[in-house]
Design a protein around this ligand. Sequence first.
Ligand code: 8GP
Length: 829
Amino acid sequence: GLGEERAKVDRMFGLMDQFLKNDPITLQNDILRHVEYTVARSRFSFDDFEAYQALAHSVRDRLIERWHDTQVHFKRKDPKRIYFLSLEYLMGRFLSNSVINLGIRDQYADALSQLGFEFEVLAEQEGDAALGNGGLARLSACQIDSLATLDYPALGYGLRYQYGLYRQVILDGYQHEQPYYWLNFGNPWEIERIHVTYPVKFYGTVEEEDFNGGKRQVWVPKETVEAVAYDNPIPGYGTRNTITLRLWAAKPSDQNDMESYNTGDYIDAVVNRRTAETISSILYPDDRSHQGKELRLKQQYFFVSASLQDIIRRFKDAHSNFDDFPEKVALQLNDTHPSLAIVEVMRVLIDEEHLSWSRAWDIVCKIFSFTTHTVLPEGLEKIPVDLLESLLPRHLQIIYDINFNFIEKLKKRIGLDYDRLSRMSIVEEGAAKSIRMANLSIVCSHTVNGVSKIHAELLKTRVFKDFYELWPHKFHYKTNGVTQRRWIVVSNPSLCALISKWLGTEAWIRNLDLLAGLQEYATNADLHQEWKMVRKVNKMRLAEYIETMSGVKVSVDAMFDVQIKRIHEYKRQFLNILGIIHRYDCIKNMEKNDRRNVVPRVCIIGGKAAPGYEIAKKIIKLCHAVAEKINNDPDVDDLLKLVFIPDYNVSVAELVIPGADLSQHISTAGHEASGTGSMKFLMNGCLLLATADGSTIEIIEEIGADNMFLFGAKVNEVPVLREKGPALKVPLQFARVVRMVRNGYFGFEDYFKSLCDSVEVGNDFYLLGSDFESYLEAQAAADMAFVDQEKWTQMSILSMAGSGRFSSDRTIEEYAEKTWGIEPCRCPF
Ligand code: 8GP
């Protein structure tokens, strides 16, 4: 029986040891074996890419071993698990991160060098896993790394898009999007689980049926698609724990087309089956607005249904009473994208498990937590009712019922305040009726988290004010963080070595607060010298990359000034470019002699624009037009260069961030929910030029305003300034630089017209004009500081030393304790 089975597993577990060895000879044999038998190339003749493949497979074997052990351990302990539901993950490359977390990077480097290969060179053969758009998606990836490292019994669910985020190609300065079919060369980091599949159903009708002497609603779906699991093992650092990122792919189901076969439509039937695969084939490339497309809704439900079948199956393996469900299961909604999960749990519990509505509702209210990542109204998802009605008719009914109960209770609390009732309703009435996914998520979750302190304030006082007044206890925040494994250890090995040397320990890799120990050396001359060395080497590497990508030669003595992130009006890349134009204009109008006092700059901008976002695309073109002019002007020479780095992604970030002196986080205050890029720069000793927005406000608390360059209107001043409309004061310099663009100084007058219009007085929603003067002042302060290299180095050290709070380990611990109620479950040995 069960007891015997357990005893057997216990016995085997007791005997278990690391099966695969990690000495250089074993690793070499292993790599060559994979060259010959997995990659199927001769072991006497293979190129870098084939060597990478073999190496990856050898690492994969080691991941699988630990991953199995972890799963067995979790199964035996049966702890409460956190299921992280996200439609996007920006994992980047796996190889370096994996061997570092497994603790065998040096062994592999040795083994390879004896074979005549360089680890770093092979690592660059890998393409990014780019299954997400921007900040939200990279945050998921950082959090998964922390969940593994901190030994939490966690499982991440997502979709295995065949087309990841599009590749950005620049032609004549314009962005073009190219499909990124990233699985072309195989993916050694995933394990296809052909036997882990679930049917997912769509369309059809809801019928009434006799049941237990009464009536009940049953869904009679019309179409079935199969979800197949692909498991990506995620190793923790300094632990044997290796958790699962399970991504679903859609495959045709055999349940569909028996009929057509009989009617002789064989070819059509087979061709039709292939449309099933489109469900998981493509990532939506917009990082904010959603237009209510059927395919998107299908993706969401496909994802939710497969994940929940998997979760419920695992629960039922060990439990028979659903009242225990909340003791074993916590479900985290990463934004509203997976929020159909709420409805699906209700449906399964009621329609399939035959629980009463109130018992099901009790359970639902205990298991979901919701994190929102935006303040922009266009970021709040709405699903048109007619779409839901045709695709998921039973779910629509359940949403109506949830809403009915909610509104009835609400009336008792607040009376017949119809304005407020209609604002809070899950259903938005109007010409096109729709479902407000944020309202649904708030009503059904026990906790709503923001991603920074200020973000939570804005949620409480503006975005979700009505809900906050009703349920103040639900609203919290967990300030975002990033993983130091990828953002220091993997991407900046020389800084990593320096930190460990000066702290005398590597413990900071699991406990980033220890970085504060470097504060006492902030003025130490030896540290300064080593620090500058490390930074210079990173800048040289970046300079080389810039030259290959754009043909522009840059001097490493110049200040490297970087802004990399998605292109968005609220992030104000346009403000950055206008500042650069101003700088250029000043240099041009200077006496030759005075130019000696100019601090040389290399301005670096990178980021993707959503394919349909016109203004964002114009900003990219403007950047190129301005660069063309500046970089070819002999008057300017090395004093100013502007480069656009194409196809910004995780691996580009790993290269750029360690080489940056100054980085810009200049969103209009009140618009960046958190921002996580700034944290990566901070950890790498880069100084910040920033507005008091998102997590920057908390960074100020940690490193002090003196160690950064702050400017611009504060969150509370922004609405006041907007009120002023056309009466808003704008400096002359601003009008001048906008006019230069408008009048064709950089060419393309017609094309840039609407961009210029968007910042004219009265129209300037993101307040570029009114922040311009203080922006220039902050830039001047940065120049001043850069001239005094000792001072700059000190600020740089203090930035890094103050970054401990911004580890995703801290964020995840807060979630675990305060929101999910889970505990570590560490695999022995
Ligand atoms: C981003 C926020 O803009 C950023 O401030 C924050 O740091 C990050 O999420 C992580 O919390 N939001 C998104 O990326 C976002 O809303 N993406 C849409 C695709 C949904």
